[in-house]
Design a protein around this ligand. Structure first.
Ligand code: PLP
Length: 378
């Protein structure tokens, strides 16, 4: 029986169970407790933000981030188009509308020049968006400086979706720590996981306190239950925060392992005609959360989908690069500024198995399978 190789699976370290046991021993089995507080502090140390709120998911964190910034029904929010749906769905939760922006080829992330042009145009029309949401895709930071500069020029708050990029750097600092608010995810497929969870970070203490307030049903300070606002049940469990604390201890190892996967793939496949790996932008260090490449079918001999299906035959899970949000049926009526780069990356882009727990044998199976496809079709 050949083992199934999956895209990205959880990889526990040695301390998670000890922290979870501690939660059991002290009966802190609740969405509050010492692990939650410690996880927030330790997370701040890792990403260099001043304040953090541990939440039930990255999506919940984005929802709160947008609400804290004041996004509401009828507003527009500019957003990267090449990303997972959760970057934009919280915009819809609030009744606001996303306007999508295309990627650049160096980072696969939001093109800063397109953003500036679009905002200049909108400023002239007196129709600036309420916020800008950027995603740091597949472990690689956006080119944050020019994006932040234009947002500052127009006094538009920047939200960073760093769900896929914990452990990455931009000019020596962690993405997620530059904008007004940053968010991270600990979903099962991310670089570290709590099975499910998220984090909202900001240097603005009041914002983070308000996030905690909204995440715990917006309870006013009173002995009875009193509410002047509608809140959510979005706090992270103390048990899961224990897992998170253990995972944070091995984050550095996980980044190195994922980068090693990428180097292995590049070494073995980089010279095949038509194969191009996701570039690493000069301004930072990618975690290579997922190892991604593009396939030019004419040069390679098979297209992305043929390669994906051939890998599936060999029990190897690969996935197309995110389908751009402006092509999603649910956002059919939303504007997109350009979009051709994201469309091409989707058409030809493939994510290879990328877990930090893959063995050389696993990686070898992937590269041999791809080399074989080229040999048969090229
Ligand atoms: C995973 C992910 C999210 C959502 O995080 P959850 O914790 O799964 O809610 C948001 N944005 C991006 C880009 C992601 O990859």
């Amino acid at each position: 029986m050949t083992k199934q190789i999956l895209l990205s699976t959880p990889h526990m370290g040695e301390l998670e169970q000890k922290f979870v046991q501690e939660a059991f021993d002290t009966n802190w089995i609740a969405p509050v407790g010492p692990h939650v507080d410690a996880f927030e502090r330790e997370f701040c140390d890792v990403v260099g933000s001043s304040h953090a709120a541990a939440l039930s998911s990255g999506t919940a964190a984005l929802h709160l981030a947008l609400q804290l910034i004041g996004v509401s029904a009828g507003d527009e929010v500019f957003c990267s188009t090449l990303t997972f749906i959760a970057t934009a769905s919280p915009i819809s939760y609030l009744g606001a509308k996303p306007v999508f922006i295309d990627s650049d080829r160096t980072s696969w992330n939001m093109n800063p020049e397109l953003l500036r042009e679009a905002l200049d145009k909108r400023a002239k029309l007196g129709k600036l968006p309420k916020a800008v949401v950027i995603v740091h895709l597949y472990g690689q930071s956006c080119d944050i400086d020019p994006i932040l500069a234009v947002c500052n020029d127009y006094e538009i708050p920047l939200i960073e979706d760093a769900a896929e990029s914990l452990g990455a750097s931009y000019k020596g600092r962690s993405p997620g720590s530059f904008g007004k608010i940053g968010i991270f995810s600990f979903n099962g497929n991310k670089i570290i996981t709590t099975s499910g969870g998220g984090m909202l970070v900001s240097d603005d203490q009041k914002l983070v306190e308000k996030a905690r307030f909204l995440a715990t049903q917006a309870r006013d300070p009173a002995p009875h239950y009193q509410h002047s606002e509608i809140g959510y049940n979005y706090r992270l469990s103390n048990v899961l925060a224990g897992i998170g604390r253990g995972q944070l201890c091995v984050l550095g190892d996980r980044v190195e392992a994922r980068r090693r996967n990428f180097d292995f793939y590049k070494q073995a496949l980089g010279n095949l005609p038509g194969i191009e790996f996701m570039p690493e932008a000069a301004f930072g260090k990618s975690t290579r959360w997922l190892s991604c490449l593009t396939i030019d079918p004419a040069a390679f001999g098979a297209n992305r989908e043929e390669v994906r299906l051939a890998l599936a035959e060999e029990k190897i899970e690969a996935r197309p690069v995110w389908k751009p949000l402006h092509l999603q049926p649910v956002f059919a009526d939303c504007e997109c500024i350009d979009g051709a780069v994201a469309e091409e990356l989707f058409e030809n882009g493939l994510c290879l198995p990328s877990g930090s727990n893959l063995t050389d044998e696993d990686l070898g199976r992937v590269t041999s399978a791809i080399a074989k496809i080229h040999k048969e079709h090229g």
